[in-house]
Design a protein around this ligand. Structure first.
Ligand code: NCD
Length: 349
């Protein structure tokens, strides 16, 4: 099956295809339990998540060197296959691959560009002919990277860079690295995720990661219209006001209103949302005085967060971006090494 045929089938699966994303671990782990694809955090245990964080820690030092390169993926070809817009995620994946010495190809393909159907099909056939080793996939359909991992040639490792509302596992892991750096632990922490949980693949992956790593409590703070029905089954406690929800929290994670995924009127107005759920200097006082403020970006100042908070001393939003490179280096090198285990060997660090 060509990559184009696979993607045509992904598009036919439909928009809310989370049902298709089941039992990922037979796919994403090899027989030794090492990563070979990175599709979701569902089913990954604390030891593996901790290994990702520890590996990322060792790559932070590489980012601080004057020559920011290690030869772990030398001779490997990584293709960034982005079917949805992205700035931070795409560029940090690119930098991560380059710092691992891979050859990197960036393709930004809009799914709506049907008029370019023919050239897209040509592009994908060319990719297959280039013997790529890893595809980093972002797609608006939940389950697309999973489906590609199932169907693509066994030599290619797939990394999920965000699929629909389903998962954004590297974003969640860079958030975990940022929390561990600032708080030194997960045990005993209370973390609040605020805003558009319903449409957020980031929130789903964060809740999974936080629960697996053992925080005391994960709270979600949102209006009912922006909460998924199954939210409590993920292990999060629901709050509808900032005053109650932020009380005594160590970490506040703000989310963007995902307008592009909203169908119908879920909000009275952005102004009212900001009044009730926007993180202002005033509302920040409800949390612990040393609470950190996070946001996956892109931030909308004055919609979900006040500028003074985004730029303030408790904000770690730019640390998250820096950590994105180290976490993506960790995941890419681990997946590549799990993929080639038993076939050929990676170069030494
Ligand atoms: C997030 C995404 O695309 O899922 N952003 C990101 O990856 N940095 C969140 C968002 O778009 O709001």
């Amino acid at each position: 099956m060509t990559l184009q045929m696979i993607l045509d089938r992904v598009n036919r699966i439909g928009k809310n295809s989370m049902k298709q994303v089941t039992e990922p671990n037979h796919l994403q782990l090899n027989e030794q339990g090492q990563l070979k694809h990175f599709l979701t955090l569902d089913g990954l245990d604390k030891a593996l998540l901790t290994e990702i964080l520890d590996t990322a820690d060792s790559f932070i030092e590489v980012g601080a060197r004057s020559i920011k390169k290690v030869p772990l993926l030398r001779g490997k070809t990584v293709v960034n296959l982005f079917f949805e817009a992205s700035t931070r995620t795409r560029s940090t994946f690119e930098l991560a691959a380059k710092r691992l010495s891979a050859d990197v190809l960036n393709l930004n393909i809009s799914t709506s560009a049907t008029s370019k159907g023919e050239s897209l099909s040509d592009t994908l056939q060319n990719l297959e002919a280039m013997a790529s080793d890893m595809f980093v996939v972002r797609h608006s359909q939940s389950g697309a990277p999973h489906f590609i991992a199932e169907s693509v040639t066994p030599n290619v490792s797939i990394i999920n860079a965000g699929d629909g509302r389903h998962a954004h596992p590297t974003q969640a892991m860079l958030d975990m690295l940022t929390i561990r750096q600032h708080k030194g632990r997960f045990e005993g922490l209370t973390v609040a995720i605020v805003g558009d949980i319903l449409h957020s693949r980031v929130a789903r992956s964060q809740i999974r990661a936080l629960k697996t790593l053992g925080v005391s409590e994960v709270r979600v703070i949102a209006p009912n219209t922006l909460l998924p029905v199954d939210i409590e089954s993920l292990g999060a406690t629901v709050f509808s006001t900032m005053k109650e929800g932020l009380e005594n929290v160590d970490v506040i994670i703000m989310l963007r209103l995902q307008r592009e995924r909203m169908e119908g009127a879920l909000l009275p107005s952005e102004h009212e949302f900001y009044e009730l759920y926007g993180l202002t200097t005033e509302k920040l006082k409800y949390a612990k005085s040393d609470a950190i403020v996070m946001h996956p970006g892109p931030i909308n100042r004055g919609v979900e967060i006040e500028s003074a908070v985004a730029d303030g001393s408790q904000s770690v939003i730019l640390n998250q971006v820096t950590n994105g490179i180290a976490v993506r280096m960790a995941v890419m090198s681990m997946a590549m090494s799990g993929h080639v285990a038993g076939r050929d060997k990676l170069g030494e660090l």
